[in-house]
Design a protein around this ligand. Structure first.
Ligand SMILES: *Cc1c(COP(=O)(O)O)cnc(C)c1O
Length: 370
């Protein structure tokens, strides 16, 4: 029997997904390996959150709170939302993205996405049998909002903007994005993924949660995660903010969207410690400037990042060669788009990364002259 005949039609027709094609090799590494490949925080969570984690470890026998009341309430409070009915929590943004596909997408629906952007959105669109409409980024690797608006048709169900974007690190100014969202038709569910917003250093930056607070009635969901600036990728917690009428629809998914007790307890304390978060963002900004300049000095093309990672293209040397030479030296980075993406680590990690980069490019330069 060919088990593939059991598949749902939309899954049978599925194009290759880069994420699904991942090899079953453990991605755990020993502490001597510098993991600059997953945009994890090298600083880890707030010490107060760690205390909450140790406390929660003592009672693994009790179920977590089904509705994550404390977490949603604290999140609502931090973002100035009236109450927890404006908030959904799940096991990572990844899980919320899956729920969006389950709850909203029909075969034939169109989903407008930036290209390149976060692959998970394209994957759930395909799984649902809907059609991703890929809108190329502009020459600065930033969203082309005019083209995004022009891509909307009567079939458009959803539009996704990752701001800042991954894997490019680029950022659309908040006011510009707000004006853009306000003009979209009410038939389009707008999803703004703000996984990296805490790292943005531009003045006058704000979350699109502002629109929800101000009574914007068109469908809008803003996604946040604890995986990046909060340093809790291993705990798997993601959040969505929206009007209660919209948030309540997410519950129609049968997905077990509960978070475990360790994550719940920890995340509440992490949200309360905004001072720590600001410290992380500041350290990240210092390192971002240093690594960005370092790469430019080595002759690399560097895209302007407002995140905790940098997309760059090295001169002369293949991105895969850069990856493998760094990996031999226990520094892991990414290779998207025929380029390289390096997550920002601690000062020590980044200095090692730049030193190896300098060696690689120096050697290639000498080879060329010889
Ligand atoms: C890392 C990342 C997330 C976070 O996903 P989690 O499942 O919460 O770890 C979400 N969106 C984007 C664009 C990301 O880069």
């Amino acid at each position: 029997m060919d088990y593939k005949t059991l598949l749902r039609d939309s899954i049978k027709a599925l194009p290759e997904s880069k994420r699904a094609a991942r090899q079953p090799v453990s991605s755990y590494t020993t502490p001597d390996v510098f993991r600059l490949n997953y945009n994890e925080s090298p600083f880890g969570p707030s010490p107060k959150a760690m205390d909450a984690l140790y406390e929660a470890c003592k009672r693994p026998n009790i179920y977590p709170d089904w509705f994550s009341v404390d977490l949603k309430s604290e999140f609502a409070k931090l973002h100035g939302l009236p109450d927890m009915m404006h908030v959904c929590s799940a096991t990572g943004s990844s899980s919320i993205i899956n729920i969006l596909g389950e709850v909203f997408l029909n075969p034939g629906d169109e989903v407008v996405l930036g290209d390149p952007s976060y692959e998970a959105f394209r994957d759930v669109t395909n799984v649902a049998g809907a059609s991703p409409v890929m809108v190329p980024l502009d020459s600065d690797m930033n969203y082309d909002l005019e083209a995004m608006a022009a891509a909307v048709t009567p079939k458009t169900k959803m539009m996704v903007i990752c701001n800042p974007n991954n894997p490019t690190g680029t950022f659309v100014d908040s006011k510009k994005l707000e004006d853009f969202i306000k003009k979209l038709p009410e038939t389009v569910l707008v999803v703004v993924d703000e996984a990296y917003l805490e790292f943005v250093e531009r003045p006058e930056t704000y979350s699109m949660i502002k629109l929800i607070k101000e009574g914007h009635k068109k469908p809008l969901l803003v996604l946040k995660t604890f995986s990046k600036a909060y340093g809790m990728a291993g705990l798997r917690i993601g959040m969505a903010a929206g009007l209660p009428e919209l948030i309540s629809l997410l519950a129609k998914s049968g997905a077990a969207w509960n978070i475990n007790i360790l994550g719940q307890k920890m995340a509440v304390e992490a949200l309360k410690d905004q001072e720590y978060l600001a410290k992380v963002a500041k350290l990240n900004a210092i390192e971002r400037k240093k690594v960005s300049q370092g790469l430019k000095d080595l002759g690399c093309t560097v895209y302007e990042s407002q995140t905790n990672f940098i997309l760059f293209k090295a001169p002369e040397v293949e991105n895969t060669e850069i990856y493998s030479t760094l990996a031999q030296n226990k520094v892991l980075i990414g290779c998207p788009l025929g380029m390289n993406r390096v997550s920002l680590g601690t000062a020590e990690m980044n200095d090692k990364f730049l030193a190896i980069m300098s060696e690689i490019l120096d050697k290639s330069c000498k080879k060329k002259l010889a």
